[in-house]
Ligand binder design. Structure first.
Ligand code: TXA
Ligand code: MG
Length: 532
């Protein structure tokens, strides 16, 4: 079959309507996604939709109308609540299910005694319905199981050669399918969340029930009230994983477990933190943008050859419920809860080491980055080789060991040399930290603390959901340093001056532990835990 490619000018729309009138299949744009339309009252035409999509025949189709008067003949009776919803939300992304009349063929209703009807708002869809003079049954115009198409190109990808025509109406505005609500039962029941939210519906007609399948999987032998819920849906070829938690959790998880062919779907502005190829689906607090971009991005991932896609978990509030519902199904309900990392820092003498010890006893995995820094610069290590190429072979003693004092003298002589040192050593430290976290993932630790005095000088904050600083006034810190390291007040003072001030640490951190009198350190740690 040769698939005609039509534009949305008058002549092309008449052609589309002629095809539909004579029992053919035409993909049409709607404000939600592209639909694959046929005359809803012609069982023969409708069965071609199932064949073209490879859709299970028990999965009913939505019937599209362009005026309210077309609704009545399709259903047994229109109850008051249905009238209110239609009045408020049509034309628009809301499908209303009611007991069907006899003129709806079995093919259209998938054998059910009900039918879902919606009046789309897209001018091209409405025009085509008007011109063809019949209600149009139209599921999303994708091959069964794949993401719904939101541009004509994606319809062609799935349907070229299988249908009579595609009408190009540009990009769909909304991007995910309509809200589906059944008024065939009381209270009304939401089968599929979408552009019209639960809150909007309840404001119009009172309490509704949300079908459990909206947020949960349907097991094999279960018979959901809305047959579409039992099928795998919306999935690109790539395997989708939802990653719960913060951006930092996401960055850590993808850095720990990335493989060739991995890609990410994150919120806008986050791409720069993610080390695998990344698309964004709009801003974190804008579910409308997320809906618009979701299926489109899925299709892009396939075009890019992604094998696995890790997706930032969106909110499920309002329109977000529709986004979340599609994403859950695309991911076959796979959600990942990464290990959480916090930063633990503070100036010298603040008692950070003691806090580390206490956290270790509370079943946190505490990673001492100073020790790691020492370990990765052990004799013969690649880090030492790298340092030699920057600071000269003389930083090695005759026996090959690193002369740390000499190196410190050179590296801390200027800001530039200090940065050179960090550029060589930090990647090894980060790699070793990641190795340790991976080794301990799943061992039951409550979370990880990266104990790092110079945390803010490293790239580690990108993994830290929150940063905790241990704080103490200067007098207290000087006393502690003198006692601990047996040095003079003058030397202690120099060390303190060489660092960022306690105040700067506090300003940069999310949580402060007050490790000085009259505060009780155990209570302070408990207070911190509540703020994590
Ligand atoms: O936005 C949309 O609704 C798009 C555009 C093209 O209008 N259409 C669409 O159709 O998404 P489709 O077939 O891909 O999804 C219809 C969903 C299916 O999950 C189906 O099981 C459910 O609605 N459904 C349709 N009629 C039903 C009925 N009578 N009872 C229960 N569920 C029904
Ligand atoms: Mg569909």
């Amino acid at each position: 079959m040769n698939t005609l490619f039509l534009k949305s000018n008058d002549i092309d729309l008449i052609t589309a309507a002629e095809i539909l009138k004579s029992g053919g299949l035409v993909a049409i744009p709607t404000e939600t996604v592209y639909g694959l339309a046929a005359n809803a009252l012609d069982g023969n035409a409708v069965s071609k939709i199932f064949a073209a999509k490879g859709r299970p025949v028990d999965n009913p189709l939505i019937v599209h109308i362009s005026s309210l008067s077309e609704w009545e003949p399709l259903v047994e009776h229109i109850p008051e609540k249905a009238k209110i919803l239609a009045e408020k939300f049509w034309p628009g992304p809301l499908t209303i299910i009611l007991p069907k009349s006899d003129i709806i063929p079995k093919a259209t209703s998938g054998g059910l005694s009900t039918v879902g009807v919606r009046m789309p708002s897209h001018p091209v869809a409405r025009k085509i319905i008007e011109l063809s003079g019949c209600p149009l049954a139209a599921p999303s115009a994708n091959s069964s199981g794949l993401p719904s198409p939101t541009v004509a190109r994606h319809v062609i990808k799935d349907m070229a050669g299988r249908i009579d025509a595609v009408v190009d109406g540009g990009e769909c505005d909304f991007g995910i399918e309509s809200t589906v609500i059944s008024l065939a039962s009381d209270p009304p029941r939401l089968f599929r969340p979408g552009g019209i939210t639960v809150e909007q519906i309840e404001a119009a007609i009172g309490k509704i029930e949300i079908d459990p399948a909206v947020l949960n999987g349907v097991s094999e032998n279960e018979k959901p009230l809305s047959p579409g819920m039992k099928y795998k849906h919306y999935s690109p070829k790539a395997e989708i994983f939802i990653v719960s938690g913060s951006l930092q959790d996401f960055v850590l998880y993808t850095d720990l477990y990335k493989k060739d062919g991995d890609m990410a779907l994150c919120f806008s502005g986050e791409e720069k933190y993610v080390s695998i190829p990344c698309l964004n689906f709009g801003s974190r607090d804008n579910p409308k943008d997320q809906a618009h971009a979701l299926f489109y991005s899925f299709r892009c991932f396939d075009e890019l050859g992604a094998k696995r896609v890790f997706v930032r978990e969106p909110s499920s509030e309002g329109i977000g419920l529709g986004v979340y519902n599609r994403l859950l199904r695309a991911a076959e309900f796979k959600r990942i809860f990464p290990m959480r990392v916090y930063g633990l820092t503070g100036p010298t003498g603040s008692g950070k080491g003691f806090v580390s010890e206490l956290l270790g006893k509370k079943n946190y995995l505490v990673i001492d980055t100073d020790r790691i820094s020492h370990n990765v610069t052990s004799d013969g290590s690649p880090a030492v080789a790298g340092l030699c190429s920057v600071f000269g072979e003389e930083i090695k003693r005759p026996d090959g060991s690193l002369d740390r004092k000499l190196l410190a003298g050179k590296a801390f002589s200027s800001e530039e040399s200090r940065q050179k040192l960090n550029a060589v050593v930090h990647p090894y430290i980060t790699a070793e930290i990641l190795r340790i976290i991976k080794e301990n993932d799943g061992k039951g630790y409550k979370a990880v603390f990266l104990d790092a005095p110079v945390l803010f000088d490293t790239e580690l904050p990108k993994y830290c959901t929150k940063i905790v600083t241990v704080s103490a006034d200067e007098q207290t810190r000087l006393k502690r340093i003198i006692n601990r390291d047996r040095i003079s007040l003058k030397e202690a003072g120099l060390r303190v001056k060489a660092q960022m001030s306690d105040r700067e640490y506090r300003e940069k951190a999310d949580i402060v532990i007050r490790n000085y009198r009259p505060y009780d350190i155990k209570e302070e740690i408990e207070r911190m835990e509540k703020l994590l």
